[in-house]
Design a protein around this ligand. Structure first.
Ligand SMILES: [Zn+2]
Length: 431
């Protein structure tokens, strides 16, 4: 491969992924707008026209922002690679009076600031314009800034040691450095699993043990029926930031915690909370979580092997805008290879997104089946309809957009599937 050929491959892949992104977003906007004035028949008994229109407008607003963000990201990526942005940063770090390992760290820091500066206005707009307009935002600017500072501190505290270790391995561990780096990555992931519920999440939210309530009784009897032991049931003050509700597991082994957003408990009846948790239990019992972990381990191994190969190929650097004079021997600045790789990889993996989405949707169907065996199918349906309404999730997504991205099946398909499982009427939506 020559540098020019690789540049061409990169530009074509970038143009294709941006084109597909924008095309799908436009389809989604058109489809949702076309169905804005009629609630799908299956939901008429439960969702009013005002809520349906709100979901349509919310979806369109988010899509428009996503389109702008995609264009800004593509321009920035071109500027940083072929436009010489990263090359300029690398040239600057060459003048620093520190060792090569710290030059790489300085390069990551500056590039990180550049990328953050471009993406922050979009996150700000999403929270304080879109979420605000639709009544979901509960954050103040000062909480947003505090979150940002804490997130940065956590990223440095956890990310910097990992980055240093990987760069050090790339330099010193020989041709099989990527195997060692993979081992380090696996240990790091495990560490996050342990640290997240106990140290990281409490930095951002308050977790209180779930008090005695009808919902708690139902949840405990469900856990007993399914033979599931956990290290506790917690309620998280999700309402501090947003009106969206959720429930999830954290930790692993015996340290598993079950976390409910306070917003979810306020909104759902005890029987519905039980059904939602039964669905989450399904993910766990059917080994979806374990399968995901295994997939991501295999994928990261393949990705690191690819990086090891590319880091030794001069055309990889030159093809992405780093002049050969700047990185004469590829191995002299492994950080440059890593940064280029992290920048370019998503352009190529974007087209794999439908596969991952399809895999995830299959798990959703399976978890729903588990839930209907251990809790009420009707309650699950009612809970889902409430969550769709509360999150202003569209009931009428564009089929192609949904097939490409959605980790969950479209509302109507999912609810029809639950009804089939329960052997009840197609859509038991009436009270
Ligand atoms: Zn699920």
């Amino acid at each position: 491969m020559t540098a020019a050929a690789f540049t061409a491959v990169f530009v074509v892949a970038l143009a294709a992924s941006l084109g597909v992104r924008l095309w799908l977003a436009r389809r989604q906007i058109a489809h949702v707008a076309a169905h804005r004035d009629a609630v799908p028949e299956a939901f008429v008994a439960r969702i009013g026209i005002a809520a349906h229109r709100k979901a349509a407008d919310y979806t369109v607003a988010k899509q428009r922002l996503a389109m702008l963000h995609a264009v800004a990201d593509a321009i920035l990526l071109l500027a940083m690679t072929l436009g010489g942005g990263l090359a300029a940063i690398v040239a600057w770090t060459e003048t620093l009076p520190v060792g090569p390992l710290w030059r790489d760290i300085a390069m990551f820091a500056v590039a990180g600031v550049v990328f953050a500066a471009v993406s922050l206005p979009f996150t700000w707009y999403h929270t304080f314009r879109i979420e605000e307009r639709f009544g979901f935002n509960r954050m103040t600017l000062s909480l947003w800034l505090t979150d940002l500072a804490k997130g940065f501190a956590v990223a440095v505290a956890l990310g910097l040691p990992l980055l240093l270790l990987v760069l050090w391995l790339m330099r010193t561990a020989g041709p099989s450095w990527w195997l060692w780096a993979w081992g380090a990555w696996m240990v790091f992931q495990l560490l996050i699993l342990v640290l997240y519920p106990t140290l990281i999440a409490p930095l951002f939210n308050k977790f209180t043990p779930m008090g005695e309530s009808p919902a708690r009784e139902r949840v405990e009897s469900l856990l007993a029926r399914c033979g599931f032991r956990s290290a506790g049931l917690f309620v998280m003050d999700g309402s501090k930031r947003s009106g969206h509700g959720n429930a999830y597991f954290t930790g692993f082994g015996k340290a598993k915690r079950i976390v409910f957003f306070d917003t979810l408990l306020l909104r759902l009846a005890p029987e519905e909370v039980e059904a939602v948790l039964a669905h989450e239990l399904g993910h766990y019992k059917l080994k979806h979580v374990a399968k995901r972990v295994l997939w991501s381990a295999l994928l990261s191994l393949a990705i690191l092997a690819l990086l090891a190969w590319l880091a030794g190929a001069p055309w990889f650097y030159a093809g992405l805008g780093i002049p050969p004079a700047l990185v004469p021997v590829a191995e002299a600045r492994p950080g440059v290879a890593l940064e280029l790789f992290l920048l370019a990889l998503p352009v190529f993996t974007f087209m794999l997104e439908p596969l991952s989405a399809q895999y995830s949707r299959r798990h959703e169907f399976e978890a729903d089946a588990f839930a209907t065996q251990h809790a009420s199918a009707g309650a699950l349906t009612l809970a889902l309809v409430k969550l769709y309404e509360d999150n202003a999730a569209t009931l009428t997504p564009d089929p192609l957009h949904s097939a490409f991205y959605d980790s969950h099946p479209p509302a109507a398909t999912r609810i029809a599937h639950i009804a089939t499982l329960a052997g009840g009427p197609p859509l038991p939506l009436a009270a």
